[in-house]
Every structure is written in C-alpha cells, then in structure tokens.
Design a protein around this ligand. Structure first.
Ligand code: ATP
Ligand code: MG
Length: 200
C-alpha cells in the first residue's frame, strides 16, 4: 500500500470517528448536578476529588470539603484551597486508624455527617466533596439509607463527589459517574515512605 492510499484511509477512519463523536456530543443535552464516585484500591481517589474541586473553583463555583478520616498529617490541598474560599469540615476528635473505638468513632463520624447534611441542603454550595465517606458507611458509623436520602434530596444543580475504597453497591448504582482506581504498583510496597506533596 503506498503512502497516498494509507493517508486517505487514515483520513476516512478519522472522519468516521469524528462523526460518531459529534453525534454523541449532540445527544448529550442534559445538565444536572452529578454524583461522582471514585473508588478502588489504587492511589489517586482523594487527589482526583480535590482536583475536581480545584477545577470547579476555577470556574467560580463554591465548593466545600468534608473529610471523614482524620490523619495526623496536614493536607496540602487544604492549605491551598482554603485560601481560595473552599471551606473544610474535618472529622475532629475520635476517628483515626489508631483509636478503633466504635463509640468515639461513630460520634466523630456523626458530627462530620451533620456538617455534610447541611451542605447537601444548601443551594449556595455547588460542589461537595465527601472524602473517605465510603468507610463510614462500611463500618456502619453513618446510615446508608440516610446518605442516599440526603443525596437524592440535594439541590438539583449540586455536584457531589464521594471517595474511598470499597464503595457500597447502592451508592455506585445511584452515581452518575463511577471510576475505579486500580493499583498496579505503589512505592510504599518497596519501603518508600509517604511524602509531603505526593501522599498528603
Ligand atoms: P491520594 O490521596 O494520594 O489520592 P487515595 O485517596 O487514592 O490516595 P487512600 O486509600 O485514601 O488513597 O490512602 C491515602 C494514602 O495512602 C496516600 O498517602 C496514598 O499514597 C496511600 N495509598 C493509596 N493507595 C495505596 C496503595 N495501593 N498502597 C499503599 N499506599 C497507598
Ligand atoms: Mg483518599
């Protein structure tokens, strides 16, 4: 096959692809607040959630982050985004991986969830990131049906992002967009410690 024929075939293929993509773009006419779920065992769930918050803020939307796991580390995204008008509710006392006390963990989760519920009822908040919410549901610290009801009843334009491993099947069904981050390899497995700016 000479180069000219190859070029023409390539052009035809690209043209057909373009027509298909244009058709799909033309068909996508709805606009609504989305529920995004970012789950899986690989690294990149919270950073994706924060990246979406940054994207939204860049368009002038108002965003609020609720973090359902309190670590001992500070959070780089918080340092940055708070100075751009993003409010954070961080699970205060109680829950860390160290406590493993169901009563205090549940109490801490409930306080953060109360904040989240207010946001899910506030039509001035355009984007709500519920970082690591999945664990609270898995452990039964927050009631799944309550989460579903609040998400269903939120303002029509509001986007909600849920991150965390092992997301409950019902939340996956409810979501508009779900991504599963798969772990291929992680530096930690080779004895490399978590580092500021990359891991938190
Ligand atoms: P990130 O905040 O970097 O986007 P994540 O939200 O996907 O990560 P989490 O399960 O919330 O992952 O864990 C947060 C911390 O654990 C991060 O420091 C991250 O680098 C680390 N981590 C994530 N996935 C893995 C993995 N597969 N093995 C080891 N450590 C991991
Ligand atoms: Mg995370």
């Amino acid at each position: 096959m000479n180069d000219k024929i190859k070029d023409e075939r390539h052009k035809e293929r690209q043209q057909r692809l373009k027509e298909k993509v244009d058709q799909r773009v033309a068909n996508a006419t709805k606009e609504k607040g989305l529920l995004l779920v970012i789950t899986g065992n690989g690294k990149g769930k919270s950073t994706s959630g924060f990246g979406t918050v940054a994207r939204a803020v860049g368009h002038g939307l108002t965003a609020h982050v609720v973090q359902f796991i309190k670590g001992s580390w500070e959070c780089g995204e918080r340092n940055l985004l708070e100075s751009h008008g993003v409010n954070f509710s961080v699970m205060a006392t109680g829950f860390t991986w160290d406590t493993q006390n169901k009563e205090s963990d549940t109490a801490a989760a409930q306080i953060a969830w109360t904040d989240a519920k207010k946001l899910l009822n506030d039509d001035k908040t355009d984007v709500v990131l519920l970082d690591e919410l999945t664990y609270m549901v898995t452990y039964g610290y927050i009631d799944l049906e309550d989460v579903i009801t609040c998400i269903n009843n939120r303002p029509k334009h509001q986007h909600v992002i849920i991150t965390g491993r092992a997301c409950h099947r019902k939340l996956i069904e409810l979501a508009d967009t779900v991504s599963e981050v798969q772990s291929i390899k992680h530096a930690f497995d080779n004895g490399i410690k978590a580092q500021a700016g990359i891991d938190w």
